[in-house]
Structures are given as structure tokens and as C-alpha cells.
Ligand binder design. Structure first.
Ligand SMILES: [Mg+2]
Length: 243
């Protein structure tokens, strides 16, 4: 296996799938394996969908009054959001994750960066499988786990884990041979820390994906984006997390 970085430290981005809908399905057995959507405050629009609802091509953000009829017809369970439930489940999730990591940084209600030490054989897949299993057993929530040398690459690995069917929800960007092929799949606007303006500038320069940004001329990126751009590029190259 290729390793740019001999360090034993790794960073994982752990993210709960369809978090609000999974919380609801977890406490109400009647909702399991059924299409479920969650509405925003005052039942304005759709803010979360279970995988079964996604499969019915129900779109995020659709105003409820527009979707009401078809949701009815399709037999979709429609729920008002219950933030105290989601907050409580989030706390339980993060507490369980603490036991599996050296350090945890909660990033949002359903996402955390964790630091972990690679075992002797460097393979973190057994660890990731164990975390997924335990959280599913305890909370009924499915996780996606992306692993890299730092946060930028852990985020990319998480995206890859979501998009690659055979990943089983786990992707370790450090332990692959054809990294370039994977980095090419990530367009610049999807990279953590790249805003709309920056991605437009990059695309104007012909830099379309994470591989091209990683290999871009360092001076050019520093001139335009300063230290932040330089840091981002260093993380894309696999340097450890930069403070
Ligand atoms: Mg999520």
C-alpha cells in the first residue's frame, strides 16, 4: 500500500446518514423501512428524507403544500421536526464515538471529526466497521466514515464513501493505489473550504477537481488565496492537520 505519510495518526469524518429521518425511524418501529420525510418549522418544507423517500425521488426543500398530494398518494409518512429528539440522539451518538477515538471534535449535529491511531498493519477498516455496527445496534443510525491524514482529506473520503456503492460506508483515502482517479471525482466546489468565488476562479484557470488543485502551482494559489489556499493545498497533499 502506498503511504505518503509514515505517521500513525489518522483523521476520520464520521457522519450520520439521513440523520433526522433515522432518528424518527429508530424510535418508531412502524416507520422502519418506510418512506419518511421531515418538515421544517411550521411544516414549511421538506428538510430530511429516509432512503426510502429518496428512492421515490422526493426532493429536499420542496414546500409541503406543493408535495402534499403526491406524498399522500405514495404513502409517505410526513412528520414535523422534533429537535429535542435529534439533539438527544446526537448527544448519545457523540458520547459513543468518544469511546472509539483519541480525540473528537463535534462539527455539526450529526458529524464529528475524530483522531485515531492506526494499528500496526495500518488498516482502519476493522475499526470503522466496529464503529458502524455499534452505532447501528445502539441507535439504529447508519454512519458514513471517511478516513484521511487530515480534515480536508477525511471530508473527501467521506464523500467518496457516500458515492461509491461497494464502499459499504467506509473509505480510507490513505490506503488506495489509484488516489488520482478518486481525487478526480471530487469537483473543486465540493472541497471543504472552497467557496463559490474561489471555485469559479479555479475553474477559470482550468482547475476542475481535487487532483488538479493538489498539483496546481503553489505560488499561483498562494498569490490568490494567501496562507489559507496554501494550507488547503498542503492538506490535499496529505500533510497532517494544520492548525
Ligand atoms: Mg449527515
Amino acid at each position: 500500500m502506498k503511504s505518503k505519510n509514515s505517521s500513525n495518526k489518522a483523521t476520520a469524518l464520521i457522519d450520520a446518514n439521513n440523520f433526522y429521518a433515522s432518528c424518527e425511524q429508530s424510535i418508531n418501529p412502524y416507520l422502519r423501512n418506510k418512506p419518511v420525510v421531515i418538515l421544517s418549522n411550521n411544516d414549511g418544507c421538506i428538510i430530511a428524507r429516509s432512503p426510502e423517500a429518496r428512492a421515490l425521488k422526493i426532493k429536499m426543500g420542496t414546500p409541503y403544500f406543493k408535495a402534499k398530494e403526491s406524498l399522500n398518494r405514495l404513502g409517505v409518512a410526513v412528520l414535523s421536526s422534533n429537535y429535542s429528539l435529534y439533539g438527544d440522539m446526537s448527544k448519545r451518538l457523540m458520547n459513543l464515538l468518544k469511546d472509539f477515538s483519541e480525540e473528537i471534535e463535534i462539527y455539526s449535529i450529526d458529524e464529528a471529526f475524530v483522531s485515531i491511531i492506526r494499528p500496526k498493519d495500518k488498516n482502519l477498516n476493522p475499526w470503522a466497521r466496529k464503529v458502524r455496527c455499534l452505532i447501528y445496534q445502539n441507535l439504529g443510525i447508519t454512519l458514513t466514515i471517511g478516513i484521511g491524514e487530515n480534515k480536508v482529506r477525511a471530508k473527501i473520503a467521506n464523500k467518496l464513501a457516500k458515492n461509491i456503492d461497494h464502499s459499504a460506508g467506509i473509505f480510507d483515502l490513505v490506503r488506495i493505489y489509484n488516489e488520482n482517479d478518486y481525487l478526480r471525482k471530487i469537483s473543486v466546489d465540493k472541497i471543504w473550504g472552497i467557496g463559490k468565488q474561489t471555485s469559479n476562479w479555479l475553474e477559470g484557470k482550468g482547475i476542475k477537481n481535487a487532483k488538479e488543485l493538489r498539483d496546481m502551482d503553489e505560488n499561483e494559489i498562494t498569490k490568490k488565496l494567501g496562507i489559507i489556499g496554501k494550507r488547503l493545498q498542503l492538506e490535499l497533499k496529505g500533510n497532517e492537520c494544520l492548525k
